[in-house]
Design a protein. Structure first.
Length: 205
């Protein structure tokens, strides 16, 4: 792809580094920005810089937040004895949209995937085990995607917290095997949370 401007080429290259954005799509997006008012592009750039420079991770659940303790963890109306384990913020948003869950979350930051070089040490498993060990938690809900990596991660965490006699459950399989949680419709996901089953039962299926 030949460019008449090095500035344009650099902008297209950086845009094409985003997931799912190829060179042609990147070019279309960059040309669209050029056609807009300068202030719109400046606002976009400023929002991205502010997010990158100032974003925080909740010190309790590891969710993305503007402050050290996210709004969910700091809400006294949430049930702190129930922890829903998810992969990332997209899953938190998906479950919150169902309005069916009133507990807290624990964001792992990924799933165990040896092929991708991701092991337990790369996730926030240790802090979750510490919560259970300290007696803060009565139930841990596994809400990872129904994939090999998700099931592997669930089982790893289950074995880690098993000695502490905490209740464990997993969302009901209203979510198709292999599906990512964030793409599930709100009704199906809400029912899966409400009709969760003991994790030990899921191991026999």
């Amino acid at each position: 792809m030949e460019f008449s401007s090095k500035l344009l080429e650099n902008a297209v290259y950086e845009m094409s580094q985003l997931p799912g954005v190829g060179k042609r799509t990147a070019l279309r997006l960059v040309l669209h920005l050029l056609k807009q008012q300068e202030t719109q592009t400046h606002h976009l750039a400023q929002a991205l810089l502010a997010m990158r420079d100032n974003i925080k991770f909740c010190e309790k659940c590891h969710n993305i937040s503007d402050v050290v303790l996210c709004e969910i963890c700091s809400n006294p109306k949430r049930d702190a004895a129930v922890i829903c384990v998810v992969e990332d913020i997209r899953d938190v948003m998906a479950i919150e949209n169902t309005s069916q869950y009133k507990g807290l979350y624990h964001v792992l930051g990924g799933k165990i995937s040896p092929l991708d070089g991701i092991g337990p040490q790369d996730l926030t498993v240790t802090s979750l085990v510490d919560k259970v060990k300290n007696g803060e938690v009565k139930e841990v809900i596994f809400a990872l995607s129904s994939t090999l990596e998700g099931d592997t991660t669930n089982f790893y965490i289950y074995k880690k917290i098993e000695p502490y006699n905490v209740q464990t459950s997993t969302i009901a399989r209203g979510i198709s095997v292999g599906d990512e949680l964030e793409y599930a419709d709100e009704i199906t996901l809400g029912r899966s949370i409400l009709h969760r089953v003991p994790f030990e039962t899921s191991l026999k299926n």
